[in-house]
Design a protein around this ligand. Structure first.
Ligand code: HEM
Ligand code: HEM
Length: 127
């Protein structure tokens, strides 16, 4: 499967999960999971969707190791960040989660930097 489609499918899964958290907050009238909700949707859904679009429109790097690393690093970081934030703001494992959340943040940053590299190094030739 190409990277644009892989990112799109992951983005849609994050959209469903993030919206469920939003509905849970609205229904329970407890907005304590706002940060997890926001970052599942923004890092998971919005960034993955944008990376998918970038692959579709501007990058020709399928079958490249660096594109695989960028994809899995972003997805792993988004998963760890989203789950970690839900647990953290649920009051669970807060001390242990602190360094894990920090690592996930650097993972998100690292994958953004790799996306910059991909755009510059493997431009898609425009028709
Ligand atoms: C059915 C869908 C959704 C529901 C029921 C919902 C519900 C909520 C609730 C209850 C809050 C907390 C508000 C507050 O206490 O300030 C919130 C905040 C937020 N939501 Fe959603 N949401 C939904 C969809 C989305 C989507 C699709 C996105 C982004 C793509 C999004 C992004 C955000 C952000 C960024 C915040 C934080 C805003 C702030 O800093 O005050 N939400 N949402
Ligand atoms: C390395 C990744 C990121 C880190 C470490 C990070 C960290 C943070 C922190 C510490 C807050 C304040 C939370 C609080 O209210 O206590 C915040 C809020 C926010 N961030 Fe991020 N963020 C990251 C990525 C992003 C991205 C990629 C977006 C958008 C595309 C985003 C959008 C927001 C928004 C809208 C808020 C306000 C809603 C909220 O309070 O949760 N963040 N972020």
């Amino acid at each position: 499967m190409k990277f644009d489609r892989k990112f799109l499918l992951c983005a849609l899964v994050y959209a469903v999960v993030g919206i469920c958290v939003g509905i849970y907050m609205a229904a329970s009238k407890n907005h304590g999971q706002l940060v997890g909700h926001a970052h599942i949707l923004l890092v998971g859904f919005v960034l993955s969707f944008i990376y998918g679009l970038i692959h579709k429109l501007w990058v020709a790097a399928d079958n490249r190791l660096v594109a695989n690393v960028q994809f899995y690093l972003h997805q792993l970081s988004a998963l760890v960040m989203g789950t970690g934030l839900l647990l953290f703001y649920g009051g669970l494992f807060q001390e242990a989660l602190d360094p894990i959340l920090a690592m996930s943040a650097f993972g998100v940053l690292g994958s953004a930097l790799l996306m910059v590299y991909l755009v510059i190094r493997f431009p898609r030739s425009q028709a």
